[in-house]
Design a protein around this ligand. Structure first.
Ligand code: PLP
Length: 587
């Protein structure tokens, strides 16, 4: 299939508004590629995958985020696994286009000047989605304000609140100046951007910091807003003490927010703000939707299960295979179902090539040569306590026994801890300690600086993808979906998406039961039992059965857990209803 693409570099963001309606997608982080390091993990990568799918489907969408001059950070690990961080070196002007419009946003009584940069995502059929990155690093601003768009999730509460003001109020202002408002549906990807509702309310009422807001005004804003919550535990929701809010937004705006009932005793809760002003609210997997509905009983919360972008995350050997057998898979991911017709030998051979590419990359980065025939387990995610990177090492003797009895086992890890997450950093050290104790028996390699590039190698090249979150913390998880596209089955706790994607022995294997909370002793036992009695024996003794599992991963999970399906669901049950002004959704 060959398509001739128009030259999108010529498209001017100022001419976005040639459609009746469009979706304005707001996200604190957006992960488009390793060259644009303005993301930290799952939330940003999901945002990038969402926008790519929207471009492929020709959906009218524009996205707003912040430009982080220092990126998230570059991770360095010493021999003991101690993490240190340095700023990412990148030049926005090399990868983004400047936007001519400038705006100002009032923060702490100062006028902060904001410019924007644009990246255009080109869809396979000529659709395009523009991503706008707001940037305050301008000479007109004082040094503190210039630094506001330097670090993602850095700084103190005040810094974070100022960033959220920039994103929410600044984003609404910029889209207005670009001539788009009135026709936009605003999608808040997590509560970080909830202040956009204040910007919309002010436009509705016609003044900044309206003294009197009628319920009709609230309704008018609600008509335009969609909110996706990502956090299954109350402590994870973004909150700011009122005195900070008063300081940053001014007393009038703070009073408006307070009058809207978006506070808890002494804090502004961004989730409540988003809930109050959204016509449609959803969690990111069925279980997460239920948990969120329990957390916010006054609001109708549904769920739209996350996905990942298949073309983005499928390794070249597998993509070549799909191109040969099911050439429609790129424009319509549902065709992956017909992977059922591809021979097991070909799937096995394609995966072997992806595995060799991963091992070559490991050798390039570390000098270590791993065994292409050995069963290879992968674990890569943000290093934070609930992800339990150490669960696999709770019984080192058992792992040695498994390797001795069943066959060679080698393990790859990756993941960054937030610079201030001490327990996350401890997790990394614990993996290093375990690696030391397993030396000579089970090679364990922790790869530095997990990012989109490294994730592509890992999710496609390992033999199984391990996931051990403490329930119910994993709202969805997406890396297991990326693995599935590549015929890599998951061995995972039944939380998030895996409750929907798991068919035992067919698409992978479960750790623990379907209960809402974790039973760590049971989970540890299952983890070792599955490896020793089911997965590794299948890998070594019944390779055809293992190849069949790979094929089911692609056919059953690849065809569903993709962002094309997800964005279509947003269109059908969130955006579309909002555009038509139909009543709010479901329970
Ligand atoms: C997909 C991805 C994530 C999210 O993975 P989870 O399964 O949600 O833990 C994080 N970081 C990177 C670089 C990714 O590609």
């Amino acid at each position: 299939m060959s398509l001739t693409l128009p030259d999108f570099s010529q498209i001017d963001v100022e001419k976005l508004g040639d459609r009746e309606e469009a979706i304005a997608y707001f996200s604190m982080e957006i992960g488009l590629s390793a060259e644009i390091p303005t993301y930290s993990g799952g939330l940003g990568v999901l945002a990038g995958d969402t926008l790519r799918a929207a471009a492929d489907l020709g959906m009218p969408m524009v996205a707003v985020t912040l430009l982080y001059g220092n990126g998230y950070f570059t991770q360095h690990l010493d021999a003991q696994g101690n993490q240190t961080e340095t700023p990412v070196e990148w030049r926005p002007e090399d990868v983004l286009h400047p936007v001519s419009k400038r705006i100002t946003v009032e923060i702490e009584g100062r006028k902060v000047h904001v410019r924007a940069w644009r990246h255009t995502i080109k869809g396979i059929f000529g659709g395009h989605v523009n991503v706008l990155f707001l940037d305050t690093d301008l000479e007109e601003n004082d040094p503190g304000d210039r630094a506001l768009t330097r670090n993602l999730y850095g700084g103190d509460r005040r810094y974070r609140l100022c960033q959220e003001i920039l994103l929410g109020l600044g984003g609404v202002e910029l889209l207005h100046d670009l001539g788009l408002d009135g026709r936009l549906i605003y999608h808040m990807n997590e509560g970080h951007s909830a202040l956009l509702t204040l910007g919309l309310l002010e436009r509705q009422v016609g003044e900044s910091a309206p003294a009197q807001v009628e319920e009709d005004d609230v309704e008018a804003v609600r008509d335009k807003c969609v909110f996706t919550t990502h956090t299954p535990v109350p402590a994870g929701h973004d909150k700011f003490p009122w005195e900070l809010v008063v300081g940053a937004l001014g007393p009038e705006r703070a009073r408006t927010l307070q009058a809207m009932g978006c506070g808890q005793a002494s804090t502004l809760n961004m989730t409540y703000l988003a809930l109050r002003f959204s016509r449609h609210v959803n969690g990111v997997a069925l279980r997460h939707g239920e948990i969120s509905a329990d957390m916010f009983p006054d609001y109708p919360v549904g769920s739209i299960t996350n996905g990942a972008d298949v073309a983005m995350w499928t390794s070249k050997p597998l993509a070549d295979l799909f191109d040969r057998h099911i050439p429609e898979w790129r424009q319509d991911n549902q065709y992956l179902r017909y992977a059922l017709g591809i021979s097991l030998d070909e799937i096995q051979a394609a995966h072997r090539r992806a595995k060799r590419a991963l091992l070559a990359e490991v050798e390039r980065r570390t000098g270590l040569r791993l065994d292409p025939n050995a069963f290879t387990l992968g674990f890569a995610r943000r290093a934070t306590e609930y992800k339990r990177a150490d669960l696999l090492f709770s019984d080192i003797e058992r792992l040695m026994l498994i390797a001795r009895k069943v066959g060679p086992l080698q393990i790859l890890y990756a993941g960054k801890a937030h610079p201030r997450d001490d327990s996350g950093k401890r997790m990394i050290r614990q993996v290093f300690e375990a690696a030391e104790r397993l030396r000579g028996h089970v090679p364990v390699v922790y790869l530095e600086d997990y990012d989109i590039e490294l994730a592509k190698y890992l999710v496609s090249g390992v033999d199984a993808w391990l996931n051990t979150p403490l329930k119910p913390h994993e709202a969805s998880g997406t890396s297991g979906m990326k693995a599935a596209f590549n015929g890599v089955p998951s061995l995972s706790v039944l939380d998030g998406w895996w409750l929907e994607g798991h068919i035992e022995g067919i698409t992978g294997w479960a750790i623990g039961d379907r209960d809402v909370t974790s039973e760590p002793p049971q989970e540890r036992a299952d983890l070792y039992d599955r490896l020793q009695r089911t997965i590794m024996p299948m890998y070594y003794e019944e390779p055809e059965d293992f190849a069949r599992v790979r094929r089911y991963c692609i056919a059953f999970n690849g065809s569903f857990f993709n962002t094309q399906r997800m964005v279509t669901q947003y269109w059908k049950s969130a955006y579309h209803r909002v555009i038509r002004g139909a009543p709010a959704v479901q329970a």
